[in-house]
Design a protein around this ligand. Structure first.
Ligand SMILES: NC(=O)c1ccc[n+]([C@@H]2O[C@H](COP(=O)([O-])OP(=O)(O)OC[C@H]3O[C@@H](n4cnc5c(N)ncnc54)[C@H](OP(=O)(O)O)[C@@H]3O)[C@@H](O)[C@H]2O)c1
Length: 263
């Protein structure tokens, strides 16, 4: 859209979120938020490639909707990322929507975190997103359209302690500023780049914390809305950023955190 385009009359606002005819890739779709987001994009009309290491989980997900297509990859391996980009583009063409969601956390104060732990956090949470933005974004820029959504974290905005983590908040903070920079680099090229920062959600990643009474108490006491998020509570932010409903948003960092970062 350009400033010269006429303002659209208000007709059917829900159509704003329609993704019919669009293609998408969701990384880390074998569980948690990624599994949910792949289904939401497919139900909104998109053809959706999904990736992760666990092929059985991806196939089970694909069996839930005919527009979902599995591609196994270990995103900590550069050659896998390159193969994934080639395979997905060969199957689906240039992407309209890339959701960089795959992630891994590691709780540790710095004294106990090894260099290998730190590098693992950076590799999967930041380097792999950078590489997929580069691999898929070039096609998007050539097509003059696209929406890239990076799933960062509240722990990329504020520190984690008292839940001590070191490499993870560093990587997510990097992902947030990579989002801003790419939003700027491609602002005149038709490709929008935004981030979603979830608060605490019950997924495999938070199993250790949220399966204990103390962990649930910690989240309830410290989240203004007094609970963890439910996976469906990511749907609205995802559909907003994936669709034309966010046509004037780029470089934005959207929190879905029950108020955690408002304190
Ligand atoms: N849950 C929360 O409270 C929370 C809060 C803030 C941000 N987030 C972010 O939200 C995103 C999704 O997390 P989640 O909570 O849904 O966690 P999850 O259920 O543990 O899902 C993580 C996903 O990442 C994939 N993954 C991990 N390492 C990978 C690798 N080397 N190659 C390919 N895929 C890999 C996993 O698939 P495989 O194991 O099958 O490879 C899995 O599908 C992450 O980026 C996370 O940091 C979560």
């Amino acid at each position: 859209m350009s400033p010269d385009d006429p303002v659209r009359p208000v007709a059917a606002p829900a159509q704003l979120f329609d993704l019919t005819g669009r293609t998408a890739l969701v990384t880390g779709a074998s569980s948690g938020l990624g599994h949910r987001m792949a289904l939401v994009l497919a139900h909104a009309g998109a053809t959706v490639a999904v990736t992760a290491r666990r092929t059985d989980r991806l196939e089970a997900l694909a069996s839930l909707h005919p527009a979902i297509h599995p591609f196994t990859a270990d995103l900590s391996v550069a050659a896998d990322r390159e193969r994934l980009a080639a395979d997905v583009e060969a199957a689906l063409g240039t992407l309209d929507v890339l959701v960089n969601n795959a992630g891994l956390s590691h709780s540790s104060p710095i004294e106990a975190e090894t260099l290998a732990d730190f590098e693992r956090m950076i590799d999967i949470n930041l380097t792999s997103a950078w590489h997929l933005i580069k691999l898929f974004g070039v096609g998007m820029v050539a097509a003059g359209r696209g929406s890239i959504i990076n799933i960062a974290s509240i722990l990329g905005i504020v520190g984690a302690t008292p839940s001590k983590q070191t490499g993870y908040p560093a990587a997510k903070g990097g992902l947030i500023n990579l989002t801003r920079e790419m939003g700027l680099q491609w602002a005149r090229r038709g490709v929008r780049v935004n981030a979603i920062c979830p608060g605490w959600f019950a997924t495999e990643m938070t199993d250790d914390l949220l399966s204990t009474e103390a962990g649930v108490g910690f989240v309830e006491r410290n989240t203004p809305l007094q609970r963890a998020g439910l996976v469906h509570e990511i749907d609205g932010a995802l559909l907003l950023l994936a669709s034309d409903a966010s046509s004037f948003m780029t470089g934005s960092v959207l929190t879905v955190d029950g108020g955690w970062t408002a304190r």
